[in-house]
Design a protein around this ligand. Structure first.
Ligand code: KG4
Ligand code: ZN
Length: 334
């Protein structure tokens, strides 16, 4: 009889240092340390991110092992984010994972960050069946992915400029909110009227998206307003711009469903934590009779549980990497 696999997952592609342990296919710990150092800059500063990972990785991994009540000696393998992401942050996670795997004499598994976001849908039951469509929305990506199998994914449509999370964060920054502002827009929007303000949308051909024009339109809108106006109308502004962004995502998704005939739908990525998007997509799915899968919010924003589950599936396929594996700041999901 084979023993249940125990794998440590490490994520360090951007500004979250994270570690998680999966045991017998179940996540038994999930630790995330967010970097607050970027808040006043309006975006992630790559060198500061790498330095924060350097400081945080040891305590985060230690906490993940402790929470899982797992000894290092019980690990069968280590999965780490190989890319895409910021080079400095990726190197910290990769070198740490390699050193630990080398010292323990265990296997190393390189994980694609965006595949991991998609496979977060397999952490908790019920799990989607193949094929399904995944709307993947994060700070760096906005894609509609056809998921044919765990590691057979095809991008059907994507943004031609800014990612949706980037749009949320830039809009938040223009309103004077701290970075990353996506979750703050979500929070302020709860009290607001989504129809209070009308913002122009961008129409792209086929299944692609574009968000850069919206950011420009929003900056022109804000420029003409006093700080008092923005503060008094904050909830309505947040609710209206959020509703417009979510509508753009869901209109395109509906188009892909109609064209492909695939009605099993999943959501992934940091923006999938957005409460309005989750609610609207649930309503849409109920209306059309789609089978819908949405990970818990903690498995949508960057985390290592998604890296651990991806590594778990890769282990079964014997997809290992050597100690010479290179970090890949830019790499496609296919
Ligand atoms: O997946 P993620 O954690 O990191 C990347 O791989 O990019 O996504 C981060 C993005 C940020 O732009 C952040 O503002 C956005 O996800 N985000 C949200 C919410 N929570 C995180 N955007 C809207 N509403 C939220 N509740
Ligand atoms: Zn991510």
């Amino acid at each position: 009889m084979t023993h249940p696999l125990t794998i440590l997952g490490i994520e360090s592609s951007c500004d979250e240092t994270a570690a998680a342990v999966i045991h017998g296919g179940k996540i038994v710990s999930n630790v995330v340390m967010s970097q607050l150092v970027h808040q006043s800059y309006g975006g992630v500063v790559p060198e500061l991110a790498a330095r924060a990972h350097e400081t945080n990785i040891m305590p985060v991994v230690t906490a993940a092992l402790e929470q899982a009540a797992t000894q290092k000696s019980a690990l069968d393998a280590i999965g780490f984010t190989q890319g895409p992401g910021l080079l400095g942050p990726l190197l910290v996670g990769s070198c740490f994972a390699k050193s630990l795997a080398f010292a323990l004499g265990i296997r190393l598994i390189g994980v694609h960050h965006m595949q991991a976001h998609v496979l977060a849908n397999f952490i908790d039951p019920p799990k989607p069946s193949f094929p399904f469509l995944c709307l993947t929305v994060s700070g760096g990506h906005t894609q509609i992915i056809l998921v044919k199998d765990y590691f057979a994914m095809e991008v059907l449509g994507e943004t031609q400029d800014d990612a949706i999370g980037e749009a949320f964060d830039k809009i938040a920054h223009l309103m004077g909110l701290s970075y990353p502002g996506g979750a703050l827009i979500d929070r302020y929007a709860q009290e607001g009227d989504p129809q209070a303000f009308a913002f122009p949308t961008t129409h792209m051909p086929d299944f692609d998206f574009s968000f850069s024009g919206i950011k420009t339109a929003f900056s022109l809108f804000i420029k003409g307003k006093t700080p008092e106006f923005i503060l008094t109308n904050r909830a309505n502004i947040c609710a209206s711009i959020q509703a417009m962004l979510v509508r753009m995502l869901l209109d395109k998704l509906t188009k892909v469903v109609q064209k492909s005939g695939i009605t099993t739908i999943a959501l992934a990525g940091g923006v999938a934590a957005n409460s309005y998007l989750r609610r609207q997509l649930k309503e849409l799915a109920a209306q059309h009779g789609w089978r819908l899968f949405i990970p818990a919010p903690a498995y949508c924003t960057d985390n290592a549980a998604m890296v651990a589950i991806t590594a778990y599936y890769k282990y079964q396929l014997k997809q290992f990497v050597g100690l010479d594996a290179k970090s890949l700041p830019r790499c496609s999901i296919t």
